[in-house]
Write a protein that binds this ligand. Structure first.
Ligand SMILES: [Zn+2]
Length: 470
């Protein structure tokens, strides 16, 4: 039996969303059977091809991404009764570095962005590209940083992109009103995907209390939408990354590297063996370092070990391994592929930089380690999804060995919560009440919840696409 698109279109058509029409529709004979049908379909696998997809084999979906809202915050506001028509929120594991473009391109199975942020290092041209002026320019269709942006039906007007970090409340209110109007006008036969960035600005600048107030107004809007559109519209609410909810200060990365004999530049010439480029843009909990000479990579990572605010650095260490080095020790993460199944090994040579020794012991006792100490990717995920570094091995390995971005850094630095690296003019504008970017749990735990489906307790960003778009 096909989903009754006619009823749906009639019901939720523009101007047909007022309460009086809704009441009329509820009492209509045509309406009740399709509601029963849809409820029974709610947890079945879905596809958007051919005769399947929005308004046919499944309800049409409103996908609403709230930039930077941590899983923990959603849990807290739900305890106060907000979003109570949604199922329990999954922990959606945001990839390292925990930044919007990286997270959303992974979650939507889209092309990788050029760099971690709009200012990035182009490894082919060997120079910094992008930045503030390009940030605006990228919103034109031929310069889109990742193809996920093609899928957005709503995102804030261009002028808001920076304003959101100066006047977050005003931007949030205007942005939400505009989203509601646009959504009301959208065709009912396809999904609608909106990205609200105001939540990220609110958290960075004002902290969690002000965000909670903003979420109350969002809750009201979503209740209105549900009342108006009924069971025909599934609402999927999610975030791209989380956030540490504490005041953050600058890490003196450049000073340390200069003290160790490196020079910093926006471009590399032939004779730049000790030259590094470290794009500085948003005030975030990671840094991406590009080396003029690959011989310098390990030395750069080692130079940062004792620096206040640095948790650890990672770099590629031959073809199927990465090195992890930090104040808590030195380790190698190795990956092997057997019959299409990935497995990982965590080898420490000093200390335990990722705090995985207890997990290793658990895996060992459960007989999950092979004779060489490898455990399957699945077992590591099951045992580390709620770890202080969620899904650490696959997450960190993947950050350097797959195309999270087109121009992967030589060294990725994960800072401790409470520290940021970034562009100083941004720092002068405001105090930083929260930030994200590192591989720790607060930034890595985004959330995902649905009004119609029960979702797994945790979902890797790379596995989210079928749940969002399928
Ligand atoms: Zn942010």
């Amino acid at each position: 039996m096909a989903f009754n698109v006619g009823v749906l279109t009639h019901l939720c058509r523009r101007d047909a969303c007022g309460p009086s029409i809704r009441q009329k529709a509820d009492s209509s004979r045509n309406y009740a059977p399709s509601v029963r049908y849809k409820r029974s379909q709610a947890n079945k696998p879905m596809s958007s091809n051919g005769d399947t997809g929005p308004g046919k084999t499944r309800p049409r979906r409103l996908l609403l991404c709230l930039d930077g809202v941590p899983h923990e915050v959603i849990e807290n506001v739900r305890q106060r009764g907000l979003f109570d028509s949604f199922g329990a929120p999954s922990r959606l594991l945001s990839p390292f570095p925990t930044m919007t473009n990286i997270a959303l391109s992974a979650m939507l199975g889209a092309t990788p962005p050029l760099g971690y942020e709009s200012l990035y290092f182009d490894k082919t041209a060997r120079e910094l590209r992008g930045g503030v002026s390009k940030y605006i320019g990228w919103r034109t269709p031929d310069k889109i940083p990742s193809s996920y942006m093609d899928e957005l039906d709503y995102q804030e007007p261009l002028a808001f992109e920076f304003l959101v970090y100066v006047a977050p409340e005003k931007v949030w209110r205007t942005d939400m009103r505009r989203f509601r109007e646009r959504f009301r006008e959208a065709p009912q036969t396809r999904d609608y995907f909106a990205f609200l960035k105001g939540t990220d600005g609110l958290l960075h600048i004002r902290g969690p209390e002000r965000l909670a107030v903003a979420l109350e107004s969002l809750d009201k809007i979503l209740r209105e939408i549900q009342t108006t559109c009924g069971w025909e519209t599934e609402i999927v609410l999610f975030s791209d990354h989380g956030m540490n909810l504490r005041e953050n200060r600058r890490v003196h990365l450049k000073t340390r590297l200069r003290d160790r004999g490196f020079s910093l530049s926006g471009s590399f010439s032939e004779r730049s063996r000790a030259t590094l480029a470290i794009p500085a843009f948003g005030l975030c909990g990671y840094a991406a370092i590009y080396c003029g000479d690959e011989e310098a990579v390990a030395e750069v990572a080692n130079s940062l070990v004792e620096l206040e605010g640095v948790d650890f650095s990672i770099y590629k260490d031959d073809t199927e391994a990465i090195a992890v080095t930090g104040a808590n020790g030195v380790a190698r993460v190795e990956r092997k592929q057997t019959n299409g199944e990935a497995s990982y090994r965590y080898l420490t040579s000093d200390g335990d930089p990722l705090q995985l020794h207890p997990i290793l012991e658990t895996l060992n006792q459960a007989g999950k380690l092979d004779e060489k100490g490898f455990a399957s990717d699945k077992d590591w995920l099951a045992n580390t999804a709620n770890h202080i570094y969620p899904d650490a091995l696959a997450n960190l390995y993947t950050s350097l060995n797959t195309q999270r971005v087109r121009h992967t850094a030589d060294v990725l630095v994960s800072l401790c919560d409470g520290y940021y690296y970034g562009w100083s003019p941004f720092a002068r504008l405001t105090r930083l009440a929260a930030t994200h970017g590192n591989a720790l749990r607060p930034s890595s735990n985004a959330f995902l919840m649905s009004t119609h489906r029960t979702l797994p307790p945790f979902v890797r960003a790379d596995d989210a696409q079928p749940l969002l778009r399928g």
